[in-house]
Design a protein around this ligand. Structure first.
Ligand code: PHE
Length: 473
């Protein structure tokens, strides 16, 4: 299918709905389901959540609109889209460096993302087998003691080989859809998986709301304790907001470049951001009641999903079925995001080397596989290797954590800051106004956010987040 934009033979979304679903698919992922609850639990519950929502509305949404409009204007890979807008505005084409940073960052995220995707595959398999063996009605994993269940996740993390194979499976699925192209691969997948995802999410949440500690969860997630809002917590929240909305990594520039001219970008951005935030909050409302009702600890980081939840499924009626449905749902969300992550470097390489999709996706897949395997082994055999250990932010961290921290806490906020400066100050306002679909007061408010509030807030949060001592001294 040819882009509705009429840009010759370039592949593109076949409709507005396809774009919205694919963009929501990109946004909704492990970030919402695994990272958001874990970050919220580690960073003071309500303080984090309330600040996170403010970040989405005041910073995330304007940046989302900025990225999609650059892409739609450019109708090309992320770097060329930024370059085009820079050149038409009489600015140096070096601005394309923002997108180059994104191409690099997306590749880095994809590497550890597929490792986590592999964990999800492992749990789908686990609960599938469990369902076959123990039937639908009982709790999950009937023959296992508490210790046995507690050992599942750590022993997976110890097993670099299994993780690498699972990583390969998940990356292979991602590759399949990217290699098929935008309209016949990514779009087809998103239009099937996203509705299925929402049905599963609602089902499980309603189930949890009946059985779980719902009111405790509400207090936990929404009590705003100002004293907990430190610099690092704010940086974590902003990083999480960008990670969740897929921003600062050229992803939304790339997806925006496949959008037709008839689509109102401000409206679609609002839909995408609302859906993404709703899913993060629902994920919190879905996961915490199950955990709290089972009297388990909430501060397990990534282990919250992979360690704590299986315990909870054991004590639930129809636990194997719920466990299986849960991890399938997570898998769907993860796949629609990993595909978006892979599309960024693939589109870039196709443009840069004037090459076909298949060879580009293959080479990128191989690079990601190497990085992913290294990340998997960094959790066990290579755990003593700290590539950036000399930088305080990455002290004691292996490749997996460095890829995560480097992208969410550094590259994404910096990329987004540069996007705001580019759209707010460098690009010709006429080009921007043509694309954004805003008028009147909303338009003025958006200009204010992109020109002043977002860059200042982002710069400030980067400083207090990266140098907390500086502020408290
Ligand atoms: N937004 C995705 C998530 O929440 C991750 C992602 C980041 C996808 C950047 C694309 C680009 O899981």
């Amino acid at each position: 299918m040819v882009a509705a934009s009429g840009s010759g033979s370039r592949d593109g979304w076949s409709s507005r709905t396809a774009f919205v679903l694919a963009a929501i698919g990109s946004a909704v992922g492990l970030g919402n389901l695994v990272r958001f609850p874990a970050e919220a639990a580690q960073n003071g519950g309500g303080a984090f959540v309330v600040f996170y929502i403010a970040c989405i509305v005041l910073i995330g949404l304007p940046v989302l609109l900025s990225e999609t409009l650059i892409g739609r204007h450019g109708q090309s890979s992320a770097t060329v889209s930024v370059r085009r807008m820079a050149e038409q505005s009489g600015a140096p084409k070096a601005w394309e460096g923002i997108a180059a940073l994104g191409v690099l960052g997306s590749t880095m995220i994809l590497a550890f993302y597929c490792v986590i995707g592999g964990w999800v595959v492992n749990y789908i398999w686990l609960f599938f087998n469990d369902l076959i063996q123990s039937g639908v009605m009982g709790g999950a994993l009937p023959g296992m003691s508490g210790e046995d269940i507690a050992a599942i996740f750590p022993s997976l993390l110890e097993d670099g080989m299994t993780m690498s194979v699972l990583d390969l499976i998940f990356l292979g699925l991602t590759f399949y859809f990217v290699a098929r192209g935008v309209s016949s691969g990514i779009e087809v997948m998103a239009t099937w998986l996203m509705p299925a995802f929402f049905i599963l999410l609602l089902g499980i949440t309603v189930y949890g709301a009946f059985g779980g500690a719902f009111s405790e969860t509400l207090t936990y997630l929404f009590t705003f304790d100002f004293s907990k809002l430190t610099g690092p917590v704010m940086l974590a929240a902003v990083g999480q907001a960008f990670f969740s909305l897929s921003l600062g990594m050229a992803g939304m520039i790339t997806y925006g470049s496949y959008v037709g001219r008839n689509v109102n970008l401000a409206g679609t951005s609002a839909i995408i951001a609302s859906a993404d935030t709703a899913v993060a909050l629902i994920a919190g409302l879905c996961i915490f009641p199950i955990v709290l009702a089972a009297g388990l600890s909430t501060d397990g980081g990534l282990g919250l999903m992979f360690d704590t939840l299986p315990h909870a499924f054991q004590s639930m009626p129809a636990g194997s079925l719920v466990g299986l449905a849960f991890f399938i749902m997570v898998g769907f969300a993860a796949l629609t995001s990993s595909v978006a992550l892979m599309e960024v470097p693939t589109a870039w390489a196709m443009e840069k080397f004037q090459a076909r999709r298949l060879p580009c996706a293959t080479i990128i897949g191989l690079i990601v596989l190497v990085l992913g395997t290294l990340s998997a082994y960094s959790l066990n055999t290579l755990s003593g290797f700290h590539p950036l250990g000399f930088i305080p932010l990455f002290e004691g961290q292996g490749i997996f954590d460095v890829l995560d921290g480097m992208t969410a806490k550094l590259l994404m906020p910096i990329g987004a800051l540069l996007i705001c400066i580019f759209v707010g100050w460098v690009a010709d306002p006429k080009l921007i106004d043509d694309e954004n679909g805003l008028t009147g007061a909303l338009h003025l408010f958006w200009r204010f956010l992109v020109r002043y509030l977002c860059p200042v807030a982002l710069a400030a949060i980067l400083v207090v987040g990266l140098f907390p001592d500086l502020v408290s001294a």
